[in-house]
Design a protein around this ligand. Structure first.
Ligand code: F6R
Ligand code: MG
Ligand code: MG
Length: 364
């Protein structure tokens, strides 16, 4: 039996403002998924949140891109959005870009990361969920996990990891992808994935083709053609025996690396690893946060979660994230705190330029 893990998320309304999630929306999602489990549509589920994003973690046997599973998630988001409207929650229905479901939630607002696996006798996975950032936020940690021996000792020590991995990189603007082998093509790979607003790692495979990690790469701004909210990403990473150890996976988040998408989707800031109880974006609507939930998957059952960043070992990273926050906030509207011009095109900037265009004069 093959097991599919589907993580489908959406911002259907924030509490308070864009900072967090109201428990009523999580309760609604839990009830709906409990019912779906009873009906045998899914094997198991867990409902989580990262900031103002509702995260549905589901297991089933229907494969990726399955219409029934996507519709299940879609209907929960629709019902949740109605509830959010009723309660006057903020930005209710923000990620519901269409009224009619057309077989797949991709391109309709929600973010999706899914993988179909042949379960190993013990199958540890970690599900990452971030708020106030965008899909390119995973490029740095995914490279550290699967490409950098200074992060992942197994790349050198473990014969099963020693061959390296294949990175599938998506050009988010052109909508095309390329598979690159690492370490053979490491420098070319880094040339692309360092441009986090343009390229995002979609999948990572072992050299034998087995899936190791998958990330959501929907970009709401490109989907809707104007700024309609962010595309806070999720990803699933497999761990141990033939994959990086859980600790090597988490290690990649120890820097509090800089990510794009904070306040009004228009600022860079440090990605702070937090437990789910601390996944509330407060200061300047942030700083950007990431939650990691670990599970053992057994016959499709989700044993867990273990809240992986609920650990003093990440206190120093959190302190660093706060120091960076304090520092970079002083920059106010100046780059590099504020995103560059190209990424500001969905803000008021074009209208400011339009207003001033006749007042520019020639200089020698
Ligand atoms: C939304 C977000 C927030 C909002 C900001 C302004 O995910 O990150 O920083 O962009 O709170 O929100 P509006 O324009 O809805 O008042
Ligand atoms: Mg929001
Ligand atoms: Mg969000």
């Amino acid at each position: 039996m093959k097991t599919t893990i589907s993580v489908i998320k959406a911002d259907i309304g924030g509490y308070v403002g864009h900072s967090g999630m109201h428990p009523a929306l999580m309760a609604l999602a839990e009830d709906e998924l409990e019912e779906a489990k009873k009906q045998g549509k899914i094997i198991d589920f867990f409902v989580a949140h990262a900031g103002d994003d509702l995260e549905l973690i589901m297991t089933h046997t229907k494969g990726v891109d399955n219409a029934e599973i996507h519709e299940l998630a879609w209907n929960i988001f629709k019902k949740g959005a109605d509830k959010a409207k009723e309660m006057g929650l903020y930005g209710a229905g923000q990620d519901i870009l269409s009224d009619a479901f057309s077989g797949n939630v991709k391109g309709m607002g929600p973010g999706v990361a899914e993988m179909e696996i042949e379960e190993r006798p013990s199958e540890p996975i970690v599900v990452f969920m971030a708020d106030k950032t965008s899909p390119g936020a995973w490029n740095y940690p995914l490279f550290k996990i699967f490409g950098d021996p200074f992060n992942t000792a197994g790349l050198i020590i473990d014969p099963k990891l020693h061959d390296g991995f294949i990175f599938e990189v998506l050009d988010m603007k052109e909508g095309k992808a390329i598979k690159m082998r690492c370490p053979e093509e490491m420098y070319d790979l880094l040339a692309l994935i360092g441009a986090v607003e343009h390229y995002a790692i979609k999948n990572v495979y072992r050299k034998d083709g087995i899936i190791a990690a998958t990330a959501s790469t929907q970009r709401l701004s490109y989907i809707a053609g104007k700024y309609v909210g962010k595309d806070d990403p999720v990803m699933i990473v497999r761990a141990q025996s033939g994959f990086p150890a859980v600790g090597e996976i988490l290690e990649a988040f120890s820097l509090a690396h800089m990510v794009a998408g904070w306040m009004r989707g228009s600022h860079w800031g440090p990605l702070m690893p937090v437990s789910m109880k601390d996944a509330n974006c407060t200061r300047f609507d942030g700083p950007p946060r990431v939650v990691a939930l670990g599970f053992q998957v057994k016959d499709g059952k989700l044993i867990g979660p273990k809240d992986m960043f609920d650990d003093p070992a990440f206190d120093l990273t959190r302190k660093r994230a706060q120091d960076i926050t304090d520092y970079i906030r002083r920059m106010g509207p100046f780059e590099p705190h504020r995103l560059g011009l190209e990424e500001m095109e969905y803000t008021t900037l074009p209208s400011v330029l339009e207003k001033l265009k006749d007042r520019f004069f020639k200089v020698d």
